[in-house]
Design a protein around this ligand. Structure first.
Ligand SMILES: NC(=O)c1ccc[n+]([C@@H]2O[C@H](COP(=O)([O-])OP(=O)(O)OC[C@H]3O[C@@H](n4cnc5c(N)ncnc54)[C@H](O)[C@@H]3O)[C@@H](O)[C@H]2O)c1
Length: 349
């Protein structure tokens, strides 16, 4: 594979291939942009079928982080680290320390955080070798509650824009996935008076939502087509695709899952069905906003500032929805345009 002509290569600043035979570490650190600040993005352990697949994932995810942070007006760029191998197979304390050394050699151009296969205690081991680690339990910690707050603020902006409703009270919200974000979102929507329809592959999570929040359960393969005002995907990527979009029975899609559109043109397909789509990286930015309120020099964390910034997700979505209407374009395209405009503005002053 030629990296420079790979479909996902979009002018990335730096791609580092890390190999440390003693611990078996093989990783790729992709820095898409440091134009607005140091690149930040989680570290993922994954058993990629090929090295090309790992490179493609690192390129795609790091660029996604640039757009997410730019749109959220954070002083951060986008990066990502992928470790080749599933966490259960390759993750050891020595490998995590070796990863920390590799991150340290980048001198702060890349800051790592949690992603698939990485737990807070793993980050502590990485942090033994480098200060360029975010989301440690003693600073901003688990980002999921802030992500869920941001998603709820985004849903409120969407129902106001699309349905003229002041809140989700009396509306139906269908939630796919009752994990860290989905469950917290369900609690907020329930507290605001919404009716809930839910699905999860974990029966215990469904039972708890039925019991505690009065949710109506539906089978896992029926949630996409559930009749609802809002469909909130909080489980899987690529959930909005050729097969699912024709079956949607909602006015709004607004949830936390990353990369919800299987392909970029599915934004147009949603528009064609008159469904308002809250672009994923705009509505699920609460976690990265939370991390951005850490002060890594002092080990401090500004929770009050993070809360204010997370609530601004509603305003960002209002801007996206209005501009999409004015320009008669899909909201997903407008989010990209706005992120690129902020990127062009350069560093945050
Ligand atoms: N946690 C965050 O701060 C954060 C930030 C940004 C984006 N996201 C994205 O939001 C989504 C949810 O994140 P999370 O942290 O809640 O993850 P999680 O692993 O805690 O929860 C995911 C839930 O989805 C369920 N699930 C899996 N497959 C399913 C299926 N086919 N149908 C229904 N349910 C299914 C799982 O059983 C689990 O309960 C993910 O796509 C994640 O990448 C999370």
């Amino acid at each position: 594979m030629s990296v420079f002509s790979a479909p996902d290569f979009r002018g990335h600043e730096q791609i580092v291939f890390v190999s440390e035979p003693a611990s078996g570490l093989k990783a790729i650190i992709a820095i898409h942009s440091t134009r607005r600040g140091p690149s930040l993005g989680g570290c993922r352990f994954w058993a990629y079928p090929t090295e090309d697949a790992a490179i493609a994932d690192a390129l795609r995810l790091s660029r996604g982080m640039t757009y997410k942070s730019a749109l959220a007006q954070l002083p951060l760029g986008g990066g990502k680290c992928v470790v080749l191998g599933g966490a259960a197979e390759v993750k050891t304390p020595d490998l995590l320390r070796a990863l920390g050394k590799a991150i340290d050699r980048l001198g702060g151009r890349y800051i790592t955080a949690e992603d698939i296969g990485v737990k807070p205690e793993d980050l502590r081991l990485v942090a033994e070798a480098t200060p360029h680690v975010a989301g440690l339990p003693e600073t901003s910690g688990d980002p999921s509650p802030m992500t869920a707050l941001g998603v709820f603020a985004g849903i409120e902006a969407a129902v106001r824009h699309r349905l003229g409703a002041e809140s989700v009270g009396g509306l139906t919200v269908a939630i796919q996935g009752l994990g860290a974000v989905g469950r917290s979102l369900a609690e907020q929507a329930h507290a605001a008076g919404a009716r809930l329809v839910v699905a999860d592959i974990r029966q215990d999570a469904v039972d708890a939502a039925v019991r505690e929040l009065g949710a109506v359960p539906v089978p896992v393969d029926a949630i996409v087509a559930a009749e609802a005002d809002v469909f909130a995907p909080c489980a899987l990527g690529a959930i909005l695709n050729d097969a699912t979009i024709p079956s949607l029975r909602c006015a709004i899609v607004a949830g936390s899952a990353n990369n919800q559109l299987a392909r970029a043109e599915h934004g147009q397909a949603l528009k064609g069905r008159d469904i308002l789509y809250a672009p994923d990286y705009a509505i699920n930015a609460g976690g990265i906003i939370n991390i951005a309120h850490e002060d890594r020099r002092t080990g401090g964390y500004d929770r009050a500032g993070a809360l204010v910034a997370v609530h601004r997700i509603g305003a960002t979505l209002r801007d996206i929805f209005s501009r999409a209407e004015q320009e008669d374009r899909p909201t997903s395209e407008i989010a990209d345009v706005m992120a690129e405009e902020r990127l062009a503005e350069g560093p945050v002053t």
